[in-house]
Design a protein around this ligand. Sequence first.
Ligand code: ZN
Length: 280
Amino acid sequence: MRLVSFLNDGRPGYGIAEGDSLRPATEAFRARYPDLRAVLAGNAVAALPDAVADPVSLASVTLLSPIPNPDKILCVGLNYAAHIRETGREKPKHPSIFTRYPSSVLGHGVPLIRPHVSTEFDYEGELAVIIGKSGRYIAEADAMDHVAGYSAFNDGTIRDFQRHTSQFWAGKSFDKTGAMGPWLVTADELPDPAAQHLRTILNGQEVQSTPISDLAFSIPEMIAYLSQVTELLPGDIIATGTPGGVGRFRTPPLYMKAGDRIEVEITGIGTLSNPVADEG
Ligand code: ZN
């Protein structure tokens, strides 16, 4: 199933995407589960297909991040060998973790906003893992049982702010600089995420390309590590890291600007596409 969250005439909803349309959850279902995070927390994904209304065109709604209101977004830095090399670092012993605010993450098709305080707006194509079942101290062997599904993620970054200090947060949480979508693909439809391939495309030109199997820390390793720190909750998002080819380490650097289009394509999931606009 492909689960979407959206605004329709300003009213939030969620449902199942099928081709060019979506079937929204009924009012009765939404009264019980107001958003997709609540559907995951209520273990109600399997009940959703029996609780949807007539289809509407996907083009008639504004897509949100599939989980617009997660408890937390955990990001893993330096998680592909090629990206570790281009930053001049060694393979780390432990995953490098930072967080993003949910307000920094938009849905598919919505313009990403380059803030007026920087020209160093960079892309990072990533696989997002969405937690379905809560857990603390999750064993690697059990980790995949805690995954609800997957999505494409753009960990859009304001590079100069990322490097103002040793803390990444400032460069990673600018409002409306990241995106996730177009949908959450449920885990049953993607039994082997490591067998998928990720590409990032800027204005039609490929800028990143990697098999997901090149992750330095695997999905179970990330879940096990993160759940030692904090209880993972339904709807939590893990952005699993970006491969080589980010704009900062190109010669000359390649940053996003108004009028650009940035796409993150993952086989088995789809293509997250966003235009770029300057802050008004
Ligand atoms: Zn990243």
